[in-house]
Design a protein around this ligand. Structure first.
Ligand SMILES: Nc1ncnc2c1ncn2[C@@H]1O[C@H](COP(=O)(O)OP(=O)(O)OP(=O)(O)O)[C@@H](O)[C@H]1O
Ligand SMILES: [Mg+2]
Length: 379
């Protein structure tokens, strides 16, 4: 059967690095992508078939943009879902579906969804303001999380003792038990309109202690088969309960007892899947494209163990970005540098990433550290 995927225009809300890597894979299938982003210098600008500058949270902007596309998707959750719902009613395909984006925009609703669907997650209470957090000092040690608009660790406040209560959010938020976890892992699962389902093997995330961003990622995660199975099953259960089409990243904690607790989900390509470009048979970006375009999903198996490091803007430098150590890194076998096309660097801004391949995790760990220490983004 002949399929003319290239006759459909895919619109993406958001034109950052995630959209940019989706465009890179769409080129292989002759699929045109239109991008909406508020930033006139967005990473997708020069490579999108059409680029519209506009606010993702504005009803008319999103609606008018959507009218010109056949299929719509997102690379960021903070978008106007009313406009997407109207486009869906008018016959456009919108994946992930607008009501799912709405659920995920709010960490409070997300947690309730886990509770209602028997998905293991850390115990929590909802708090409407700072006073409500204070009133629950008996719940510490805990993590206070903003309901909406938190990202990259902003909107997350760890509270170990009563003195930390001063840091509580004075807005609708939740207070969640601090999990004493062994590891943080992530599972990316994809589903298309036909209901076909494919899951990437779990990866392990090591966080930067102060910036609260993933510092290293390792694939595969070093977990036993039982935990691996449980993690994959939870991710599949979530995407199926949501009846979602697209790609879903599920962040989880593994406790010392071998329990899995779901932390949060993201219905789009995710930082924990960047290595799949080189390290798996299908990349998460291509899988996202395949899922929303109702193409057959690709095989997710690992080709080779991999590490991924984010290239964050060095602390103390703001201005036009200069990449230090690039030539040395490029001379190494199995080192793949991705720069996102952001002209201006700022402390901890995600400027790019590097994937590092090796035959085993043992060799991979020191190599990843060496590469991370080698490449610096300064101004
Ligand atoms: N209940 C918890 N117990 C212990 N640590 C936690 C808990 N919740 C979050 N954290 C830590 O804080 C990090 C950020 O939390 P979370 O993923 O909810 O926020 P986020 O701002 O959406 O992050 P990101 O955008 O980086 O994924 C987690 O990856 C984890 O390291
Ligand atoms: Mg997170």
């Amino acid at each position: 059967m002949q399929e003319n995927y290239q006759q459909k225009t895919l619109g993406i809300l958001g034109g950052g690095q995630l959209g940019r890597m989706v465009i890179q894979s769409a080129i292989n299938y002759n699929i045109d992508i239109h991008i909406l982003d508020p930033d006139d210098n967005a990473p997708c600008k020069s490579i999108a078939k059409k680029f519209v500058q506009g606010k993702l949270t504005d009803f008319a902007t999103v609606y008018n943009f959507g009218k010109t596309c056949d299929i719509l998707t997102i690379e960021i959750e903070h978008v106007n879902t009313e406009a997407l719902a109207k486009l869906e009613q008018e016959g456009k395909k919108v994946f992930p579906q607008p009501h799912i984006i709405e659920l995920i925009q709010d960490k409070r609703k997300q947690k309730q969804f886990y509770l209602n669907n028997n998905i293991p997650t850390a115990e929590f209470i909802l708090t409407d303001n700072k006073a409500a957090v204070r009133a629950n000092s008996g719940f510490l040690p805990a993590v206070n999380k903003l309901g909406t608009e938190g990202y990259d660790g902003r909107g997350v406040q760890i509270m170990r003792e009563a003195a930390d209560l001063d840091l509580a959010f004075d807005a609708p938020s939740l207070l969640e038990k601090l999990v004493d976890f062994d590891k943080e892992i992530s599972v990316i699962v994809a589903r298309n309109e036909k209901g076909e389902l494919k899951t990437f093997p779990p990866v392990e995330c090591a966080f930067h202690p102060s910036a609260n961003l993933v510092e290293y990622l390792f694939s595969p995660a070093e977990i036993n088969d039982l935990i691996k199975e449980k993690a994959i099953l939870e991710a599949q259960k979530i995407i199926e309960k949501l009846n979602m089409v697209g790609i879903l990243a599920v962040e989880m904690f593994v406790t010392p007892k071998g329990e899995i607790l779901v932390n949060e989900i993201a219905p789009r390509p995710h930082n924990s899947g960047h290595h799949t470009i080189e390290a798996n048979y299908t990349s998460q970006f291509e899988q996202h494209l395949r899922a929303v375009m109702n193409m057959p999903l690709g095989d997710t198996a690992i080709r080779t163990p991999a590490a991924m490091v984010n290239l964050l803007g060095e602390d103390g430098y703001t201005g036009e970005a200069i990449v230090e150590g690039l030539n040395e890194a490029m001379a190494e076998k199995g080192v793949y540098v991705h720069l996102y096309g952001k002209k201006i660097t700022k402390p901890f801004r995600k400027m790019g990433h590097v994937t590092i391949l090796e035959e085993n995790l043992e060799k991979l760990k020191p190599k990843a550290k060496r590469i991370k220490d080698l490449i610096k983004i300064k101004a």
